[in-house]
Design a protein around this ligand. Structure first.
Ligand SMILES: Cc1cc2nc3c(=O)[nH]c(=O)nc-3n(C[C@H](O)[C@H](O)[C@H](O)COP(=O)(O)OP(=O)(O)OC[C@H]3O[C@@H](n4cnc5c(N)ncnc54)[C@H](O)[C@@H]3O)c2cc1C
Ligand code: FES
Ligand code: FES
Length: 472
């Protein structure tokens, strides 16, 4: 009897030991659970918003590879049956000791508050790479802030270790798969098939769809609500995988930004400049493609990329799937075409043709770990004389929704990219309606958009890799 009760209780693994999520009376974050319930106080709380990395822990995916994640914006309900490693667990692993010693020997810590988070990010890096380049090290630390040591000793510490770090395999949960779990006034529902998902959305009305939680968990109230149901999507395999078809990719809505990054590395490499600046490695471990479109934010980084790729969205409702072009999805500021009880199930992305060039640029107040102020993506086909035969331009941050720049594309089509600046500004003024906010003024956004189009012009004419936003 005791065994049966235990199996039906929500649990997960911390440092390779099973932990039961019992006596929890609210939708608690993993960070608070680790610190208060498990007394693993090595994991620190800094910003509580996914920005500083002090709360980083490692999480294993279904294939056994690990990645850093922010425990402050991850709820316990999202990690049932998963394996987590904290600084306490890592420091007991003989394979992790050389890294900790290397950081120590380079004086990579002063007050030490950020150090557990940096160690977790560095462990994830060194599990993948023996000798990562300096830029790969910088990217891997972009989600961690240190206010006293400075980053040089931390980078030096990582560089001084010339071996890969091996982790034990995660524990495979063989228990009964939970269908629901209750944390105080919050109930998580865990469908693991499309059939179960349709069954749920056909009968329930009041629930929140949740995937990575990197957006919704920041807004969610901790206790000041009556009751809430959370429909957690990530256990549905079809929604978490990328299928390669002859001429397209089918990207499940729960595919994380880390997995999408791998796809871009192979097939859409010019988009990497934007993707590796999407949040941080910790954010990309949890954030999903469907969640990004689901926010319907005008500055979400993925929409412009999918616009120029002419993606279609597969939306799932009680009656099954329907498909719409992404250009018809956004209906107004944070409004979209989803009907009641519908959700994004997949994104269908055609492969680009050999003769197509794609580009993307993101401008933000900070280079790393920042939301876009504005962005531009482009797909174009030119003949040998640089005459544009086809062009699609899309932008974020210059209107209430992500936009297709139709007038501007029309101006550039059939041109040989030697456009007149005044005509460009006139066409852009038809397409965009930027506002001033804390990220930038309307004037800045308009001027910067002209600058990005000129960057596209130079990149396309030179035929080189796209010009970085850091190049003049
Ligand atoms: C520190 C930090 C940095 C960030 N940096 C960036 C950045 O650089 N660029 C950027 O674009 N965003 C950024 N974000 C925002 C966020 O990470 C992304 O929008 C992310 O893709 C959201 O995905 P998620 O799975 O975490 O969404 P969730 O939080 O799970 O969900 C977000 C919203 O979408 C809905 N939703 C989720 N899945 C679906 C679905 N399948 N169908 C319909 N609706 C759905 C939810 O109900 C919710 O309203 C950042 C966030 C943080 C905290
Ligand atoms: S506490 Fe700052 S990222 Fe979590
Ligand atoms: S060592 Fe003090 S914050 Fe990094």
């Amino acid at each position: 009897m005791e065994k049966k009760n235990k199996q039906s209780e929500p649990s997960f693994y911390v440092n390779f030991e099973k932990v039961y999520a019992r006596n929890i009376d609210n939708n608690i974050s993993l960070l608070n659970f680790l610190r208060h319930n498990c007394k693993f106080t090595g994991t620190k709380e800094g910003c509580s918003e996914g920005d500083c990395g002090a709360c980083s822990v490692l999480i294993f995916d279904e294939k056994g590879s690990l990645a850093p994640v922010n425990s402050c914006i991850l709820k316990v309900g999202q990690i049932i049956d998963k394996n987590i490693v904290t600084i306490e667990g890592a420091s007991k692993l003989s394979s992790a000791k050389p890294l900790i010693q290397a950081l120590n020997s380079k004086a990579a810590s002063q007050c030490g508050f950020c150090t557990p988070g940096f160690v977790m990010a560095a462990l994830a890096l060194k599990e993948k790479y023996k000798n990562p380049s300096e830029s790969v090290i910088h990217d891997s630390l972009s989600g961690n802030l240190c206010r006293c040591t400075g980053y040089r000793p931390i980078v030096n510490g990582i560089q001084s270790l010339k071996e890969k770090i091996k982790f034990p395999m995660p524990i495979n949960s063989k228990g009964l798969k939970l269908k629901t779990a209750i944390f105080g006034k919050t109930t998580y529902i865990y469908p693991d098939s499309k059939k179960e998902l349709i069954e749920f959305i056909s009968k329930e009305k009041n629930y929140t769809v949740l995937s990575g939680g990197t957006d919704w968990n920041l807004e969610a109230e901790d206790s000041n609500f009556k009751e809430q149901k959370i429909l957690f999507l990530n256990n549905i395999k079809e929604m978490s995988t990328i299928k390669t078809k002859t001429s397209s990719f089918e990207i499940g809505a729960c595919v994380t930004l880390s997995k999408f990054e791998e796809l871009c590395r192979e097939f859409f490499s010019p988009f990497l400049d934007t993707i590796i600046r999407f949040g941080s490695p910790q954010i990309r471990t949890a954030a999903t493609v469907g969640g990004n479109l689901g926010t319907s934010s005008p500055i979400g980084d993925l929409a412009p990329l999918f616009f120029v790729l002419e993606a279609e969205l597969s939306l799932l409702g009680p009656k099954g799937e329907r498909t719409i072009p992404i250009k018809d999805f956004f209906k107004g500021y944070r409004k979209n075409a989803l009907k009641r009880n519908e959700l994004i199930y997949k994104v269908k992305v055609p492969k680009t043709k050999k003769e197509d060039s794609i580009f993307s640029w993101k401008l933000s107040k900070r280079y790393d770990q920042d939301i876009s102020t504005l962005s531009l993506a482009a797909k174009l086909k030119m003949d040998k004389n640089h005459t544009i035969e086809n062009i699609i331009l899309s932008a974020g941050g210059v209107g209430p929704t992500p936009l297709l720049l139709d007038k501007t594309s029309k101006l550039l089509k059939d041109s040989n990219l030697r456009f007149n600046q005044n005509s460009l500004i006139t066409a852009l003024n038809h397409d965009i309606s930027p506002i001033s906010d804390l990220r930038g003024t309307a004037k800045y956004r308009s001027a910067a958009m002209v600058g990005l189009i000129k960057k596209m012009q130079r990149s396309a004419i030179s035929g080189e890799k796209q010009h970085s936003i850091m190049s003049i």
